[in-house]
Design a binder for this molecule. Structure first.
Ligand SMILES: [Zn+2]
Length: 424
C-alpha cells in the first residue's frame, strides 16, 4: 500500500476522487457547477427514439437560445446517458466537461444493444478515479482509451479516429496538394498516416532546431540535401507477447509495425537504471517517455516524446540520474516547475502527485504511455532477446539493402516490452 498523503499523522490515504470534485478553489467549484448543469441540461434534452431530429433541434434551439447543431450535441449526450446507465452514474459527479461528454457520446452512438452493457461497464471504469485528487484525462487520452474499449467489444463500431492510420484507408487519405494561386508564395498541404507524420515532424523539427530556422526552411533544406548532420531518435515500443507496437504514444496497425521494425537501428530492453551523470541517456529518455506517454502536468497532453526529461528532485540535491525519479514535462510545464510554482512527487508505479503553490491543492496524474503497465524491473529472458535480435536482423538486412542511401541520419529505436504487470 502506498501512502499518497505522505503524512505520518494520517497514514490512511484519502479515497480516490477527481481533482475538480475535491478542489475547494472557488473557480474549481464554479466549473464543477457548470459541468453538473451541462450534465443535467443534456439529460433533459434526451429525445425519444421516434422524435423528429429537425423538429427537436429547432425546438431546443428556440428554447435554449443556442444553435441547432449545439442542440443536437445535447440530444446526443442525453441519449448516451439514457443508454449507458453506468457511464451516466460515473459522469454525474461533474468532473467531465461538455467537450469530454461530447467525445463519449460521439464514440458510443453506434454501439449495438448486444455489446452496450459490457462497453458501458468498462467506460464507467475509465471514468472512475483510482487515485485521490486524480486529474481528469484530456480529450486525446480519453478518446484513445474509450476507442480501445469499443474496439475490444464491437470492432465494427470502432469510430474513425483521426489518429488511426487505418481509417480512412491510407490510399484515400494520402495526399500532397500544391496551391500556387498566390504569386508570392505556395501552400503545400501534405496528408500522411500518423506514424509517418510523427517521423517527418521530428526530422523537420530537428533540422529547424539545429539551424535555428522555421519548419518551412528546414523542409527546403531537407529536400536540397543541405540539412547537414542531424540526429533524430524515434522510439518504437514492442510487446513481445502480443506483438503490439507503438511509435512513441501511437499504436501502429496494419503494415506499419513491419515498416518501423525494418528502420530500427538499436534495440533496448527497458529497465530502470541509475547513474551519476547529470543527463539521461537515450535509453533512459526512451523508457521515461514510454511510461509517461504525455507531459505529466495535470491537464497537459503534450507528447512525452518531445518533452524534457525532468529530475523530480533537483540534481544539486540528489546528484544522480535515476529513471524512477525522472518524469516527462513539456517545456512550458518544466519552466513552471523550475520557477517553483509546482511541486511533484512520483511513486514507484508511475503515479505522480502535483501540488501548486498558488492553492496548495494536489492533483494526481497517472502514466498513459505504452510502457505504463510494463514490468520494468524484470529478469530478462535471454532466449527472447536472442530471438528478437535474429528476427530483427533479417528484416534490417533487407531494409538496408533497399535504403542504403536514405535515412542516413535518422535512427529509430525499438524498446521491447514485457507485459507482466507491475506487482502493486
Ligand atoms: Zn505540459
Amino acid at each position: 500500500m502506498i501512502d499518497f498523503v505522505g503524512n505520518l499523522f494520517n497514514p490512511s490515504p484519502p479515497p480516490p476522487s477527481w481533482s475538480l470534485v475535491t478542489n475547494p478553489d472557488p473557480a474549481a467549484r464554479a466549473k464543477l457547477h457548470i459541468n453538473r448543469n451541462e450534465f443535467d441540461l443534456a439529460a433533459s434534452c434526451t429525445p425519444d427514439p421516434d422524435d423528429n431530429v429537425y423538429r427537436t433541434a429547432d425546438r431546443l434551439s428556440r428554447t435554449l437560445g443556442i444553435t441547432r447543431s449545439k442542440a443536437l450535441i445535447y440530444c446526443d449526450i442525453g441519449t448516451m446517458l439514457t443508454r449507458m446507465p453506468h457511464t451516466r452514474n460515473a459522469l454525474a459527479c461533474g468532473a467531465f466537461n461538455i467537450d469530454l461528454l461530447r467525445i463519449l457520446a460521439d464514440l458510443t452512438c453506434t454501439l449495438d444493444d448486444t455489446h452496450l452493457d459490457a462497453v458501458d461497464t468498462e467506460i464507467a471504469e475509465l471514468l472512475t478515479p483510482t487515485r485521490p485528487h486524480q486529474a481528469v484525462p484530456g480529450p486525446r487520452i480519453l478518446r484513445r482509451q474509450a476507442t480501445a474499449v469499443i474496439a475490444a467489444h464491437q470492432p465494427d463500431a470502432r469510430p474513425a479516429d483521426p489518429e488511426d492510420p487505418e481509417l480512412p484507408t491510407p490510399d484515400l487519405s494520402l495526399d500532397f496538394t500544391v496551391d500556387s494561386s498566390d504569386t508570392d508564395y505556395t501552400v503545400f498541404q501534405i496528408t500522411l498516416p500518423t506514424d509517418e507524420a510523427i517521423g517527418a515532424t521530428r526530422i523537420i523539427d530537428a533540422i529547424a532546431a539545429a539551424h535555428n530556422t522555421s519548419r518551412a526552411t528546414a523542409f527546403t533544406e531537407l529536400l536540397h540535401g543541405t540539412a547537414g548532420e542531424v540526429k533524430v531518435t524515434l522510439n518504437c515500443y514492442r510487446n513481445l507477447d502480443t506483438g503490439d507496437m507503438h511509435l512513441e504514444n501511437h499504436q501502429l496497425t496494419g503494415t506499419a509495425p513491419d515498416t518501423w521494425m525494418r528502420r530500427v537501428t538499436d534495440l533496448t530492453v527497458p529497465s530502470h537504471s541509475t547513474h551519476d551523470n547529470r543527463f539521461a541517456t537515450e535509453a533512459q529518455k526512451a523508457l521515461i517517455a514510454g511510461v509517461d506517454g504525455t507531459c505529466r502536468a495535470p491537464g497537459c497532453d503534450n507528447p512525452a516524446a518531445t518533452a524534457d526529461t525532468d529530475h523530480i528532485h533537483r540534481y544539486a540535491d540528489a546528484p544522480h540520474t535515476d529513471t524512477r525519479e525522472m518524469q516527462s514535462l513539456c517545456r512550458r510545464c518544466h519552466i513552471l516547475k523550475t520557477l517553483g510554482l509546482t511541486d511533484y512527487t512520483r511513486f514507484a508505479d508511475g503515479t505522480t502527485i502535483v501540488s501548486s503553490i498558488d492553492d496548495n491543492h494536489t492533483v494526481t496524474t497517472v502514466p498513459t504511455g505504452p510502457l505504463a503497465h510494463a514490468n520494468l524491473t524484470f529478469d530478462r529472458r535471454l532466449a527472447r532477446k536472442t530471438r528478437t535480435r535474429k528476427e530483427h536482423q533479417k528484416l534490417r538486412d533487407t531494409w538496408n539493402y533497399i535504403t542504403r542511401f536514405a535515412f542516413q541520419n535518422v535512427g529509430a529505436s525499438a524498446i521491447i516490452v514485457d507485459e507482466a504487470p507491475i506487482p502493486f
